[in-house]
Design a protein around this ligand. Structure first.
Ligand SMILES: [Zn+2]
Length: 71
């Protein structure tokens, strides 16, 4: 009887982590409403945006193409 329980649990955890819930901020440990697992910083810390400065900005991602069409 070797059921793949581990992967099932992992999948469940993933789903659970991806749902809105009350989580602790990684910066100030304040409990806040997180919209998803990617949301681990409270709004206050986010507002400061000091932690963002260390993150290299992805340049050229949100670039608009010129109206010129070539070929
Ligand atoms: Zn915080």
């Amino acid at each position: 009887m070797t059921h793949d329980i581990l992967s099932e649990v992992a999948a469940r955890l993933r789903t659970r982590l991806d749902v809105p819930a009350i989580r602790s901020c990684l910066r100030c440990a304040t409990r806040f409403h997180s919209e998803g697992f990617n949301e681990r910083i409270c709004r206050r810390c986010k507002a400061s945006a000091s932690w963002l400065s260390s993150v290299p900005s992805a340049d050229g991602r949100a670039r608009r193409r010129s109206g010129r069409s070539s070929g």
